[in-house]
Design a protein around this ligand. Structure first.
Ligand code: NAD
Length: 487
């Protein structure tokens, strides 16, 4: 491991890994520098997989498949449960690692590890509850019997913003279902994925059941795997643009796809909302991971009667946040993932300011080592500004004023995305009515956080296809087989 000496103590050596993990073996390599966004310095270097490496990973997953699908659900469950326990035991090292390579503040990183580990616990439980169906045909001629079988080899692609949780949210249900997998983590944050794979090894995941590849050339490497007829599933989390491209690739081999894509979450605050609760929720919905979350509140729509008090309260809370290296004590807002991300946020803010918006706090990048953008609140933002259409993916809260419920729903739906939304009102009837009008996969009612392993996570419109987590998440990795039975 070429990790810098000053970070060498972050974790047990057992969790350090930088090579490809194929067929239960670690293959050393280099070629992809991992940058610490808090300093801009190189943290480590990891292996750069070729198309041949990817083909070997598919081969390994194929060889391991018959035995894994024949492994008793109870046994699969016990391995996942052990993995959950190991992640919980190593939670602090895993959190520091996430913070080092992703930049998020340690409390957010700890939250991610707990959330990530829960997917293994949840799917350890679900592994033993895979059901089927039995019914009479309406004609009475025969019986209908339906079994669920593992779909086959699954390619899992994850983003950098939740480097551990996005991986366990896929690996948990896939392994519980009886599938073997190849994980391709984002090249910005591979160390967390490798550390998690190490723990999987310790938990007893057999060789070939989990393979992990990092690459600088995701297009050709992933396309080669999708073109292999033995690969039957693609589960992708990332941007809508890349998701669309991958759907096109998957179509060539008719590979089943689950897509968790971008978001543009509206956060609606009605006049009758509990202001302090709405502000608490706004801070969580906006500032978890410094705004680098697909569910992050991207547009705050606030009713005229409460608007000014909301802007004032939000400004005070955002201005008070401590900015710093993710892993430094007391940091509440860490750096963005790259300098490019800072530039994109800056462009959106400058465009809004030029259109007539006013920054009540923040509003320009920080001239410091590392990739920092300060918590920012914008008011009087033009409704048609680019910041209202695009994912900000940073600590910027644009606030827009509205008058009526119908207007709020129409504004909230005026986007190609439909992942998450938030509503604050004391009137639960109104909350449910608004919820039915919103084009969204998930809605937080008087809550700024909705993610839960036991709930179906996913979006509508350009935010994706399928759901992860919950009781249905495992079905994304299974095929229904129907038996027509006469007896
Ligand atoms: P990204 O689309 O750039 O990358 C995601 C993954 O795809 C990475 O592993 C990347 O290496 C890989 N990739 C890139 N090009 C590829 C190609 N041509 N072929 C195959 N793989 C390729 O996204 P990102 O910047 O890493 O993550 C941020 C995005 O992810 C945001 O849009 C965010 O909303 C979304 N996201 C969605 C969810 C969700 O659950 N809906 C969760 C987290 C993040």
């Amino acid at each position: 491991m070429t990790i810098q000496p000053k970070f060498a103590g972050y974790a047990e050596p057992a969790l350090h890994a930088q090579g490809l993990y194929i067929d239960g073996k670690w293959q050393p390599g280099s070629g992809i520098p991992v940058i610490d966004p808090s300093t801009g310095q190189v943290l480590a270097e990891v292996a750069d997989a070729t198309i041949e490496d990817a083909q070997r990973a598919v081969e390994a997953a194929h060889r391991a498949a018959p035995q894994w699908r024949a492994t008793a659900p109870r046994k699969r469950s016990e391995i996942l449960r052990k993995w959950f326990e190991l992640m919980s035991q190593h939670a602090e090292e895993l959190a520091i690692l996430i913070s080092l390579e992703n930049g998020k503040a340690l409390p957010d990183a700890r939250g991610e590890v707990a959330y990530a580990a829960e997917f293994f616990r949840w799917y350890a439980e679900e592994a033993t509850r895979i059901g089927g169906e039995y019914r009479d045909t309406p004609s009475g001629a025969h019986k209908i019997l339906v079994e669920h079988e593992p779909i086959g080899i699954a390619v899992l692609i994850t983003p950098w913003n939740f480097p551990t949780a996005m991986a366990t949210r896929k690996i948990g249900p896939a392994l519980a279902a009886g599938c073997t997998v190849i994980l391709k983590p984002a090249s910005e944050t591979p160390l967390s994925a490798f550390a998690m794979a190490r723990l999987g090894e310790m938990a007893g995941v057999p060789p070939g059941v989990l393979n992990v590849l990092t690459t600088r050339n995701p297009g050709p490497v992933v396309n080669a795997m999708l073109a292999d007829p033995r690969v039957r599933k693609l589960s992708f989390t990332g941007s809508t643009a890349v998701g669309r491209m991958l759907l096109g690739e998957a179509a060539k081999s008719v590979v089943s796809c689950s897509m968790e894509l971008g978001g543009n979450a509206p956060f609606l605050v009605f006049d009758d909302a509990d202001l302090s609760a709405a502000l608490d929720g706004a801070m969580v919905a906006k500032m978890r991971n410094a705004g680098e979350a697909c569910t992050a509140a991207n547009r705050f729509y606030v009713q005229a009667g409460i608007h000014d008090a909301f802007v004032e309260g939000l400004t005070g809370r955002m201005a008070a946040l401590k900015i710093g290296a993710g892993y430094d004590a007391g940091t509440q807002c860490g750096p963005m993932i790259t300098q490019k991300a800072v530039q994109k946020i800056d462009q959106l803010v400058v465009d809004a300011l030029e259109g007539g918006a006013r920054a009540t706090t923040g509003g320009a990048p920080l001239a410091e080592e590392g990739f920092f953008y300060p918590p920012t609140v914008l008011e009087n933002v033009p409704r048609n500004a680019a910041i209202a259409r695009e994912e900000i993916f940073g600590p910027v809260a644009p606030v827009y004023k509205f008058d009526t419920e119908e207007e709020a729903i129409q504004l909230a739906n005026d986007t190609e995305y439909g992942l998450a939304a938030y509503v604050y009102t004391r009137d639960i009837t109104r909350a449910m009515r608004v919820g039915r009008g919103l084009e969204t996969g998930m809605l937080g009612i008087n809550r700024g956080l909705m993610s839960d392993p036991a709930a179906p996570f996913g979006g509508v419109k350009q935010s994706g296809l399928g759901r992860e987590g919950g009781v249905t998440g495992i079905l994304e990795f299974m095929e229904a087989k129907y038996y027509a039975v006469e007896f």
